[in-house]
Design a protein around this ligand. Structure first.
Ligand code: 13P
Length: 249
């Protein structure tokens, strides 16, 4: 059965020094966590955080990657650079990147290939806006996002992929999707993967929910059959909250 994954997405929060202090304090708290624990930190925090988590069960995610190996792409960070630092996961296609930094399903797909090429694993974010939900296109949209994101990946790669279903209206709003809404869309995502890659792969891939996950709602969400953990924003910046989420049981 699938190991649940509690991944923090720190977004643009914490300096390198604050990051190290935080993970040093987090380490003993989550040493016996039920979930696989991941911290998604700003690029500049990665070296310090990697060193701090050495020998612990905490894995490290970057929040973006460029799909090219190197070159004239001012301000970007490549797969080889992240792999060299020992990054485990890369969050790609977050709705904030789609909204503010012109990320598209096509660039998400290129990034997913780059992540695997350099030996890391992607956490691919998908999800609908409030308008799209009200228009009744959530299922179609999310199916499309998943299909394009996974294009050309092998079955083995898809098994190692994490998909985060993050309804945009639930991000940073304190408005969590109901457990039923979250489970429904996560099941739809698993079903697309089944159509594309077969049941084996669909049973292996991990599908998280994200959007106002907190210490109070994590257990109920993570107990759903198709929800394999959470991608956590605000609550991942607080030790008590993130500890409780990682120990949801
Ligand atoms: P919040 O948990 O702050 O709603 O953010 C969710 C998110 O965007 C995680 O990637």
């Amino acid at each position: 059965s699938r190991v649940k994954i509690a991944a923090g997405n720190w977004k643009m929060n914490k300096t390198a020094k604050e990051a190290v202090e935080f993970v040093e304090a987090l380490k003993p708290r989550v040493a016996d966590a039920d979930a696989e624990v991941v911290v998604g930190v700003p690029f500049v925090c990665i070296p310090g955080v990697k060193k701090a988590v050495e020998g612990s069960n905490i894995k490290v995610a970057a929040q973006n990657i460029h799909w090219e190996e190197k070159g004239a792409f001012t301000g970007e960070v490549s797969g080889p650079m992240l792999a060299d630092l020992g990054v485990d996961y890369v969050i790609i296609g977050h709705s904030e990147r789609r909204q503010y930094f012109a990320e598209t399903d096509e660039t998400v797909n290129k990034k997913a290939h780059a992540v695997f090429k350099y030996g890391m694993k992607p956490i691919i974010c998908v999800g609908e806006s409030l308008t799209q939900r009200e228009q009744g296109v959530t299922a179609e949209l999310v199916r499309y996002q998943v299909k394009i994101a996974l294009l050309g990946l092998t079955a083995e790669q898809v098994k190692e992929t994490v998909i985060a279903y993050e309804p945009i209206w639930a991000i940073g709003t304190g408005k969590t999707a109901t457990t039923e809404q979250a489970e429904e869309v996560c099941a739809i995502i698993r079903n697309v993967v089944k159509e594309l890659y077969g049941d084996d792969v669909a049973q292996a891939i991990r599908i998280q929910y994200g959007g106002s996950v907190n210490a109070a709602n994590a257990a109920e969400l993570f107990a759903m059959p198709n929800i394999d953990g959470g991608l956590v924003g605000g609550a991942s910046l607080k030790l008590d909250d993130f500890e409780k989420i990682a120990k949801y049981n």
